[in-house]
Design a protein around this ligand. Structure first.
Ligand SMILES: [Fe+2]
Length: 373
């Protein structure tokens, strides 16, 4: 069994003001964020830090061109620490900025991935409740010049600290809360079922799942678009717990199958996972009905107050009440693409497929896609 280690210091703060005071943010610090986050929560504090708005360099998922342009601009502004305040894109970019030596660009970093080391201290403040990226050492950047989405993975990219601030979540639009917490729930399930899990990582998966499902259940019961905000602290903590769990045990088939859907049809990450989740679990139930899946069913049954036999269907229904699940067709996927996606998954996603609860063949994967169509 490999070593289970918490690689990132974790602190919780009630608001950004206390966070800024605790870290004594000064003029040598760089805040990487988005303007819509900065304006309501940070600008009023009149911090002396430098600020970079990520969206100035491009929208959507992070690319090598965005990172290179930021690195070029930062050459004139030497800085000491990076404070990343944002969702997945901001965090992934900040991880790369923290390991780039002056003058280096993305291609250089990919060229010597094995020699990467930390150049800037990194503090991450997540503002969604899904990625768990604040506690992982992976950054996924689209290499536009090469036409591939490539992960940079290095122990040097762990944040020094993750600062969890519940208040930062409160301005999230409902659909971002919904899809990001769905992503975190799937991290918890996939890491729990992974054959590479260990009792310690399972603790984090279980706790994350319990907090998310309880928050969802209450949100649905109480009704209204803002009911989830009462549970923001739990949802944020759960997302970090699930990040710790999958950082060790890995994500699996749901993430693997959702990658081609997300990148070809531009479906946001949490939502593209949701499109596949139910049919992956049903395939697991069909192929290996007896196994660790039963422990998961029992756990979910306990949380949702139902018999383990009905646990998964109750979970699918609850998830649907939080955010209505679409079919792949709703996002423009066609029958003709499915064999191509299947080949692509088998060829490029072995890292994730190795964490599957049960081995999935070409036919199994194609069948999951067909059912989700
Ligand atoms: Fe994810």
């Amino acid at each position: 069994m490999k070593v289970f280690r918490l690689n990132v210091g974790i602190r919780e703060f009630p608001d950004f003001k206390e966070c800024a005071e605790a870290y004594a943010l000064d003029q040598e610090d760089l805040i990487l964020t988005n303007e819509y986050i900065y304006k309501p929560s940070i600008s009023g504090l009149d911090l002396p830090c430098m600020t970079v708005f990520q969206e100035k360099y491009g929208m959507g998922e992070p690319t090598d061109e965005m990172v290179d342009a930021i690195l070029t601009d930062l050459e004139k502004k030497p800085f000491r620490r990076i404070i990343a305040v944002g969702g997945g894109t901001v965090i992934d970019i900040a991880k790369v900025l923290s390991i780039a030596e002056p003058g280096e660009r993305m291609d250089d970093l990919y060229d010597h991935m094995e020699n990467i080391h930390k150049v800037h201290e990194l503090i991450i403040v997540p503002t969604t409740c899904g990625t768990g990226s604040e506690v992982t050492n992976l950054s996924i950047i689209s290499r536009i010049k090469k036409g591939v989405k490539q992960g940079l993975l290095s122990p040097a990219m762990y944040a020094d600290e993750a600062a969890l601030i519940k208040d930062m979540l409160l301005t999230l639009p409902y659909h971002v809360f919904a899809t990001s917490s769905i992503d975190a729930m799937i991290h918890a399930v996939e890491s729990y079922l992974s054959p590479n899990a260990c009792p310690m990582s399972e603790l984090f998966s279980e706790n994350a799942l319990e907090m998310i499902l309880t928050a969802w259940n209450r949100t649905v019961r109480e009704g209204g678009r803002d009911a989830w905000k009462k549970y923001a602290a739990d949802l944020l903590r759960a997302s970090t717990y699930a990040g710790i769990a999958f950082g060790y045990a890995g994500c699996a088939a749901v993430h693997a199958l959702s990658y081609p859907v997300g990148s070809v049809h531009h479906v946001p990450h949490g939502q593209s996972n949701q499109l596949l989740f139910m049919d992956v679990i049903r395939k697991y139930q069909e192929k290996k009905p007896i196994g660790k899946l039963n422990q998961l069913e029992e756990m979910i049954g306990n949380i949702l107050d139902t018999d383990p036999v009905f646990a998964m269907n109750t979970l699918f229904k609850l998830m649907d009440s939080i955010f209505k699940k679409d079919s792949l067709k709703d996002h423009g996927v066609t029958e003709k693409e499915l064999p191509v996606f299947t080949e692509n998954v088998l060829k490029t996603q072995q890292r994730l497929l190795n964490n599957n609860y049960v081995e999935l063949s070409y036919d199994d994967i194609l069948d999951i896609y067909r059912k989700a169509l």
